[in-house]
Design a protein around this ligand. Structure first.
Ligand SMILES: Cc1cc2nc3c(=O)[nH]c(=O)nc-3n(C[C@H](O)[C@H](O)[C@H](O)COP(=O)(O)OP(=O)(O)OC[C@H]3O[C@@H](n4cnc5c(N)ncnc54)[C@H](O)[C@@H]3O)c2cc1C
Length: 367
């Protein structure tokens, strides 16, 4: 995707620790994007292509048949043939025609200077599901067994490390205080002493739930358009991948001599982003989220144990939303066949409602 110049650091390998006995090494490099580097590059690209900026808060968006107007906090009214909303998941400008039942990824992360840490410098640790740090703090165990969290780490050198305690998905949302408590217990157990916290972050990502009403007058991208991966919370790369798709559709409609506007424009824009295949695949990822919400620590471990045993093509494709519906269905059959009996039982006993909902939605979308 041409992101290499904007990577702060890369690790040649990625690891997943399932429990005290099982660690998986994924033959796949991992990179940390430089936020400033990428943002600067995107802004430079905009200015060099004649994009004009107006700094203000958008208050209201009004649509007429062939044009729209945005009222801004600066007092300006901006007129446009098409408004593309990038104000995130909680946008007031995007409409929904179904109840929003999303889950949340919540995490507490720090970039810190530490006395030492036990992690290999050539490996990014995607997930560490161990809970042995709770032996000395057993009061944390019951809730962690029901709503587990894992550690995500990027070791930058022997004394500089990014550490993040993460709840992959919860509903209702797991408390931030609880996450911080678990992280403190984990670091104490690992013998990691913080010398200086350079950055800390509270991560809260709404995931899954229905897509916005399609089509509608305001076009959207990013969280506002439902682009967050419902089972992983990743979005940045997906957004960068799909932005050119939206741009091309826009050029196709507004750049042609017979300008396409109004209802036809909105319809073309939304269907360029959410094609039938992408919508169906998203149904499947939403089912993945619903399943993860229902798995306890044992079930989650068993699921990821089987998941990362899949072919690279399958798990990489799942994490980056690149699999077709057919591939996703084959993957789920394989996963189910290879899951432990406990995990199979959890899926059969706890997931029939989301499964029926997914099947119903897929059937509606195929008609
Ligand atoms: C701590 C943290 C770590 C994360 N790590 C990752 C990661 O590693 N990989 C990944 O893929 N995702 C990650 N995410 C998730 C990712 O950041 C979000 O999915 C993504 O930022 C959503 O992008 P967006 O552009 O849709 O919305 P946002 O990033 O929320 O941006 C919306 C912008 O619109 C502005 N805005 C809002 N309302 C208005 C208004 N009325 N008028 C004008 N402007 C407005 C806001 O100020 C903001 O600048 C992380 C999130 C957090 C919080």
């Amino acid at each position: 995707m041409g992101l290499d110049p904007f990577l702060d650091k890369t690790w040649p390998m990625t690891a997943v620790i399932v429990d005290d006995r099982r660690t998986k090494y994924l033959n796949r490099p991992y990179g940390r994007i430089s936020r400033n580097g990428l943002k600067t590059h995107l802004l430079q690209e905009c200015t060099s292509h004649g994009v004009e900026f107006h700094q203000a808060k958008a208050w209201e968006v009004k649509h007429n048949e062939f044009s729209s107007a945005i009222s801004c906090s600066s007092g300006y009214e901006l007129k446009a043939n098409l408004v593309v909303d990038a104000t995130g998941f909680s946008s007031p400008f995007v409409e929904y025609d179904k109840k929003r039942n999303h889950g949340y990824q919540i995490a507490h992360g720090i970039l810190a200077e530490v006395n030492c840490h036990p992690f290999d410098l050539d490996k990014m640790l995607l997930m560490d599901w161990r809970d042995s740090h709770m032996d000395s703090e057993p009061y944390l165990r019951p809730q962690n067994s029901k709503t587990p969290t894992f550690l995500y780490t990027m070791p930058l050198n022997s004394t500089l490390i990014f550490l993040e305690e993460t709840s992959l998905v919860s509903r209702p949302i797991l408390s931030y205080t609880e996450i911080k408590r678990r992280m403190t217990a984990r670091l104490r157990h690992l013998g990691i002493k913080l010398k200086r916290v350079i950055e800390d972050e509270k991560c809260l990502i709404p995931m899954g739930g229905p897509l916005p009403k399609i089509p509608q007058s305001t076009m959207a991208i990013g969280g506002a358009a439902g682009l967050v991966h419902p089972s992983t919370g990743y979005m940045v790369v997906r957004g960068l991948e799909l932005a050119p798709v939206i741009a091309e559709a826009m050029v196709g409609c507004l750049g042609s001599t017979r300008m396409v506007r109004g209802r036809q424009l909105r319809h073309k824009m939304w269907s360029s982003l959410w094609t039938g295949e992408r919508k169906r695949a998203r149904e499947f990822y939403c089912f993945g989220m619903e399943m993860l919400l229902r798995l306890d620590l044992k079930g989650t471990r068993s699921f990821f144990d089987a998941f990362f045993d899949l072919d690279n093509y399958c798990w990489e494709g799942f994490l980056s939303s690149r699999l077709s519906l057919r591939e996703l269905l084959l993957l789920s059959l394989y996963l189910f066949g290879n899951a432990s009996s406990k995990c199979k039982w959890d899926i059969v006993s706890k997931c029939p409602v989301p499964f029926v909902r997914m099947a119903g939605n897929l059937a509606i979308q195929s008609t």
